[in-house]
Ligand binder design. Structure first.
Ligand SMILES: *Cc1c(COP(=O)(O)O)cnc(C)c1O
Length: 336
């Protein structure tokens, strides 16, 4: 094995193993580690026709003391089950989920980017309905696969703000609020608007407003919205059509630890020009500062060339916790 750690991006790659569980007759099987990265599926499997498919994302880090630790896997266990519940899928025992994540990370320890490279091991659980069926019903059979892959430091040459665009033609979630689940279907529905933002307007990220009234800020296509006010408050959207981000939740705690006021509330789109700093946050990048937002014929400017000072403080603190460089006062890190 010969990985060039400094050349890694955010891409799928095969590692030594993934771990699999199957649900049938009302119970989950024992987990099985396998070096097989393909699946065999009935052409009538529920997932292909009716889209019972959910996923999760978290990371493991090589810490300063040489140990491998996973960032808040219990949160992903809980969220997987809330997604499963919303899509009428079988839930998975949370303790067992955390154990399975630890097991597959340990088995793939040689793929964890070493401390100092800035990389991490991305952990991607996916669960889907496998029962062959043509009638529209919840599947009686499911597969849970947890795969892992090394990913590189997202910001290799400093943190560069990106352009974002308010999606005016498409919504990310249905008005009744199914956007709070990490479901493949929600992503499928957001791909066209993201594609238009990228290809036609050269904006790497789309910002979605609430689907019912189009007056409040929901979230970006793959990450939560957070803003810093001119008087230094942390503001993030409260909405039932956004995904509850573990990164956002953790950054809110870090902001409080740093003495900042934190407001989780409905954010009006008309407030956008008044914020001092804006970012998209999620596991893949921690946070991406937004330099400009295009909103119809208006453009709002923030920190255009570099990350703003408050976001930088939050980002550095998160990185330090994840790599074991400062005390983990909230007990977020779980040894693999
Ligand atoms: C996964 C995801 C996020 C970020 O959640 P994290 O737990 O911080 O990774 C935000 N929005 C959407 C739509 C997501 O799917």
């Amino acid at each position: 094995m010969n990985i060039e750690w400094d050349k890694l991006g955010f891409q799928f790659s095969r590692t030594k193993s993934n771990i699999r569980f199957h649900y049938a007759d009302g119970r989950w099987s024992e987990g099985k580690l396998t070096g097989d990265f393909n699946i065999s599926l009935s052409v009538a499997a529920n997932v292909l026709h009716y889209g019972q498919a959910i996923f999760e994302g978290m990371k493991a880090f090589a810490c300063k003391d040489g140990k491998i630790r996973i960032f808040r896997p219990q949160e992903n266990a809980k969220r997987l089950n809330s997604s499963a519940h919303q899509l009428a899928m079988a839930e998975f025992p949370e303790e067992r989920f955390v154990e399975a994540v630890r097991e597959v990370v340990r088995d793939n320890a040689e793929y964890v980017p070493p401390y100092g490279t800035g990389g991490s091991l991305y952990i991607r659980p996916v669960m889907f309905g496998t029962q062959p069926q043509i009638g529209v019903n919840a599947s009686n059979e499911y597969e849970l696969v947890i795969m892992v892959m090394p990913v590189g430091a997202y910001y290799k040459n400093g943190i560069k703000p990106v352009d974002a665009m308010v999606s005016l033609d498409y919504d990310r979630a249905a008005p009744h609020g199914t956007g709070h689940v990490k479901a493949a279907g929600n992503y499928a529905a957001s791909l066209l608007s993201s594609k238009i933002c990228k290809e036609k307007y050269h904006c790497p990220v789309a910002l979605f407003l609430d689907p019912a009234t189009h007056t409040y800020v929901d979230e970006f296509s793959t990450s939560n919205f957070l803003a810093i006010t001119k008087d230094g408050k942390y503001v993030t959207s409260l909405s039932n059509s956004i995904l509850p981000s573990v990164t956002n939740k953790s950054l809110m705690d870090i902001a409080s630890d740093l003495g900042m006021a934190v407001e989780r509330r409905p954010v009006k789109a008309t407030e956008l020009p008044d914020f001092a700093e804006i970012a998209a946050c999620g596991t893949a990048v921690v946070l991406t500062p937004v330099g400009r937002i295009f909103h119809g014929d208006k453009v709002y400017d923030y920190h255009l060339n570099e990350i703003g000072p408050v976001l930088k403080k939050l980002y550095d603190r998160m990185q330090a916790i994840q790599h074991g460089e400062v005390e983990d006062i909230h007990n977020w890190m779980v040894e693999a």
